[in-house]
Ligand binder design. Structure first.
Ligand SMILES: N[C@@H](CCC(=O)N[C@@H](CS)C(=O)NCC(=O)O)C(=O)O
Length: 211
């Protein structure tokens, strides 16, 4: 299989970390989002949506959406489990994963996309045509990230990981969200979020975090 990847972007990193945790490696192809390589005819002929990550299986099947790709990898290589092991843990982890994505990553992406000059006519990711950035969305994205930090800090005051006692896909989404918000959107973890900082140091020390 072949992973179409983009080094600086948070969603492809989620898949790279997921693979590293499972010890899966495959050929990767870098696609430069900043210069619009994901909107080239060549890439759109692989994924007409023009988004990364995109995984192409050996039989030619094309998968996109980080969680769908992760689901495929979890099913084909169940150990170590990153998406739960029984009905309750699977549902809990899926819920927490979605909280990280909807309550954090989308806000961080809005904050970046709607303020970065290079994306002034690329307000939506991928092959969506010209869509103007909306500065108010950048401001709201910042508010979302601030709330995300506070809520996650509270949760981590009584849990080791983002979905309870076990490292899971929810931690991967949260780590990529925090690092993207701190880097691209210049929204670092606030000093008073000590539990979030403890967790961040812990998961950043895993080998997979370098992926
Ligand atoms: N919901 C999708 C989001 C994919 C996405 O938006 N990826 C970004 C990179 S993080 C992208 O491809 N951006 C292309 C662009 O900005 O044109 C997923 O989870 O994979």
């Amino acid at each position: 299989m072949k992973l179409y990847d983009s080094k600086m972007a948070p969603n492809p990193r989620r898949v790279r970390i997921f693979m590293a945790e499972k010890g899966i490696s495959c050929e990767t192809v870098q696609v430069d989002i900043m210069s619009g390589e994901n909107l080239s005819e060549e890439f759109l002929s692989i994924n007409p949506r023009g988004v990364l990550p995109t995984l192409v299986l050996d039989d030619g099947t094309v998968l996109d959406e980080t969680v769908a790709i992760s689901r495929y990898l979890e099913e084909t290589q169940p150990e170590p489990a990153l998406m739960g092991q029984d009905a309750v843990s699977k549902a809990k982890i899926e819920g927490r994963q979605r909280h990280m994505e909807f309550d954090g990553l989308i806000g961080a992406a809005d904050a970046f996309r709607n303020s970065f000059p290079g994306f002034s006519a690329r307000g939506l990711a991928g092959n969506m045509g010209e869509v103007a950035a909306i500065p108010d969305l950048a401001a709201r994205g910042k508010q979302v990230v601030a709330l995300f930090y506070t809520n996650l800090n509270d949760y981590l005051s009584s849990h080791e990981y983002v979905a309870g006692d076990e490292f899971s896909i929810a931690d991967i989404t949260a780590l990529c969200t925090v690092d993207f918000a701190a880097g691209a959107s210049r929204l670092p973890i606030p000093d008073d979020c000590e539990h979030l900082k403890r967790w961040h140091a812990q998961v950043s020390a895993r080998d997979s975090a370098a992926a």
